[in-house]
Design a protein around this ligand. Sequence first.
Ligand code: ZN
Length: 309
Amino acid sequence: MRWILVALLALWSSAAMAATPIKVMILDGASAAAYHDWKLGTQIFKRQLEETGLFEVAVVTVPPSDGDFSNVHPDFTKYQVVVLNYDSQYWPAQIKTEFENYMKNGGGLVVVHGADNAFPDWPAFNEMIGVGGWRKRDAPAGPKWYYQNGKLTSDTAPGPAGMHGKRRPFRLTARAPQHPILRGLPAEWTHAADELYTRLRGPGKNMTVLATAYADPANRGTGFDEPMLMALTWGKGRIFHSTMGHDALALSCVGFMTTFQRGTEWAATGRVTQKIPRNFPTADSVSYRADLAAMDPAQADGVLTTLPK
Ligand code: ZN
């Protein structure tokens, strides 16, 4: 009897999870303000990653910049990828050095939305994310990067970094369709209502812009196609950067979720093995997961005010 149980258990566990799960650290603990609910964000990220069956997720919570770091020591080396759900001004030098060493030696990093506001004075971090916004970034942070006339352009004109209009759905255009993260996705798809980040600045080194979105001047946009999804390398490390994901509704977009799941796998391994879901959004229609949006109590009543016409 016992061997049957053991055999069944082995079968079950191999079906439920890939042979060797990818070890993910979701690092959270701070956001610039209450409008980025990092606790809720972590729950949604964890669920999206675990649903693939590919990842084993641990959550590591650290204090904001002004907190007590004396007993804080995240061990990055135990993980293949760090999902940064954290936005604060600075970190102690020791943690920064350990994180840089982790990335130099082939670590993975995923940066979502407000996490690209973090650490304006940490040069290595700004190289890793390629572009960032707010926290007094200006010309010294690097040029603004956007697509103009179908080409990636860097703009050194001074001015503050980071702006967005009202939360509306917007259309993404693939710029590197053969990149593993995008392979098989449509050339265009509509993202659920979200902030469209513009005027981001940074070194833009070793950066592949995977997808852009047109920032409509009618909604405080620049009139340029702004970078939305990026893949970068730093040392032997890989970085996936999504500027989208302001709240539960934005995070519940199937387009966000799919690129986040695929980007996390790519940052960890350099490959993507996941299939594209059938309900992936099209050029003209939004597709979102109502169960994920409802994890936000404000969305739970089913009132989604910003669906496209
Ligand atoms: Zn936001």
